[in-house]
Design a protein around this ligand. Structure first.
Ligand SMILES: Cc1cc2nc3c(=O)[nH]c(=O)nc-3n(C[C@H](O)[C@H](O)[C@H](O)COP(=O)(O)OP(=O)(O)OC[C@H]3O[C@@H](n4cnc5c(N)ncnc54)[C@H](O)[C@@H]3O)c2cc1C
Length: 252
């Protein structure tokens, strides 16, 4: 917590250390290790091992980098977080809902919204209040290259709330709090490359044996998290970590 791994060092094709930075003080130091387990996206991993002196011309694992560069563009997420009066929630509202608005439109960009709703007594909201969290996939590049980020964020938020209002009773008097997260938010708070979410995406070319392995081409450098099998979700990423623990134990 509060620290960033800036670089993974390799020697003779083996990972042996990481450089850590204290985000508050700016202090950096090198920590040696027998094994390095990276819990980052595969795109971040490629950057973390890159030759710092010649990042453009040489890479310690060029074939792996080429493979990652060729992966289909990963998605980002746009998320709206609402704190509302309980009267905004319809009776018998399920805890999770999936809305899809225009069947000819994209599965993302607010045309589809995955919604989670708190229930009385579940600890997510005070008595008489509730939370609504709605997320949609979004193209990270829209957010990276937009001219007016705040304007775009406001537009997406208003559009999402307007769509949610078709089901929930959302009026100025029932919305207590509202905020949104964009790919730029995910960059800032999770350090995920471009703010991408969801791993490499499940396609035939990236599924199972064709997916990104936990074992990297660099000896004793392991990758866990949603880029690796079985992919996105807290259960999935925990399984990837368990797999690595078992493999390291089996080697020793
Ligand atoms: C909007 C949304 C809703 C979701 N809902 C669900 C859900 O309901 N159920 C579910 O199971 N899954 C859900 N997911 C998916 C789930 O959140 C992800 O699959 C999971 O968090 C991925 O875990 P991870 O460990 O791979 O990566 P992360 O969760 O990104 O964890 C990596 C951690 O490493 C840190 N880190 C990154 N780089 C560095 C560095 N260089 N140095 C130090 N620390 C670093 C990050 O800050 C982060 O804390 C959702 C995802 C999104 C975006």
């Amino acid at each position: 917590m509060g620290h960033t791994v800036e670089h993974i060092y390799t020697d003779n094709g083996k990972a042996n250390a990481v450089r850590i930075k204290n985000q508050k003080t700016g202090e950096t130091w090198v920590e040696t290790a027998d094994h390095v387990v990276a819990n980052v996206t595969v795109q971040n991993l490629v950057k973390l091992v890159a030759d710092e002196n010649q990042p453009q011309t040489s890479h310690p694992i060029p074939g792996y980098k080429r493979r990652v560069d060729k992966l289909p563009s990963p998605w980002g997420a746009f998320v709206v977080y609402l704190g509302v009066d309980a009267s905004a929630i319809p009776t018998n509202c399920p805890p999770h809902l999936q809305f899809f608005y225009n069947y000819d439109g994209p599965i993302g960009e607010n045309n589809s919204l995955f919604v989670s709703v708190s229930h009385p007594g579940d600890g997510r909201a005070p008595t008489g209040k509730a939370t609504i969290t709605a997320s949609s996939f979004t193209d990270t590049q829209i957010w990276r290259h937009c001219q007016d980020y705040q304007e775009l964020k406001q537009k997406y938020m208003e559009e999402a709330i307007a769509r949610l209002s078709e089901y929930f009773y959302l009026k100025p008097e029932t919305i207590v709090h509202q905020e949104a997260a964009t790919p730029r938010t995910f960059v800032k708070f999770t350090a995920r490359d471009e703010g991408i979410v969801g791993g490499v995406g499940q396609r035939l070319t990236t599924f199972g044996p064709f997916g990104i392995a936990n074992r990297s081409p660099i000896q004793d450098l392991w990758l866990v998290g949603d880029s690796t099998h079985p992919g996105e979700g807290t259960a999935g990423v925990s399984y990837s970590a368990l797999t690595v623990v078992r493999q390291i134990e089996a080697e020793e």
